[in-house]
Ligand binder design. Structure first.
Ligand code: GTP
Ligand code: MG
Length: 196
């Protein structure tokens, strides 16, 4: 897939009305700092189109990126980050849930997990919540693969899959925004989904 255009036409705060994009939406969920915004930048080959940060809690809105006027990548605030306080966090959790439950144009939910970490309670909750809400397992993207040694890769992927209790069919894409590993694979998958 060739990326011809990227725009950010909708940015939603906690009280915003969610837009009706009328295009298939690929939603990126994952804990703070896992690399959701970096994933978008790597996919569209723009260094800092989506704002990223080494401190968690950077993305504080739901951002709808229009790609090629064909589909949307939706960047969510990370879950499980409570610097803003539990009240604020709860508001966001509710907003994200509301969107995931009622978003009419959601095509796929993508759950991002850090290659170096065994999924925690929040990740497991998210995985099973996506499964029960949409009826499908999310596409799982394993970020920061560049941080692993060659010899650690297979084991890490296997451990994450086992911890999630994911089925054999569950798509798991090793990814790195540094090396761009997984970029083509993910875009090919999007293309395939859009064609069907
Ligand atoms: P929130 O907006 O807080 O939810 O975080 P996020 O999931 O959008 O993470 P973000 O993309 O801002 O990345 C967090 C940090 O991880 C940044 O310092 C990135 O440079 C780094 N990072 C993200 N992806 C990768 C990767 O594939 N490899 C390496 N080495 N670093 C990465
Ligand atoms: Mg972000």
């Amino acid at each position: 897939m060739v990326i011809r255009s990227v725009e950010l036409p909708f940015v939603c705060g906690v009280k915003s009305t969610l837009p009706k994009t009328g295009r298939p939406e690929f939603v990126l969920a994952g804990r703070s700092n896992v690399g959701k915004s970096s994933f978008i930048n790597a996919l569209v080959e723009r260094k800092s189109f989506a704002r990223t940060s080494s401190t968690p809690g950077k993305t504080r809105t739901i951002n709808f990126y229009n790609v090629n006027d064909s589909f949307y990548l939706v960047d969510l605030p990370g879950y499980g980050y409570a610097k803003t306080g539990p009240v604020e966090q709860e508001k966001w959790d509710r907003m994200i849930r509301r969107y995931l439950e009622s978003g009419e144009d959601i095509e796929e939910v993508v759950l991002l997990l850090d290659a170096r970490r065994i999924p925690n309670e929040k990740d497991l909750q998210m995985f099973s919540w996506i499964l029960s809400t949409t009826g499908y397992e999310p596409i799982v993207v394993i970020t920061k693969m560049d941080k692993l040694k060659r010899s650690e890769r297979a084991k890490a992927l296997k451990e994450i899959r086992a911890k999630l209790g994911a089925s054999k069919e569950c798509m798991m894409i090793p990814f790195s925004s540094e090396t761009k590993e997984g970029r083509i694979e993910f875009l090919d998958l999007v293309e395939k989904i859009l064609e069907t």
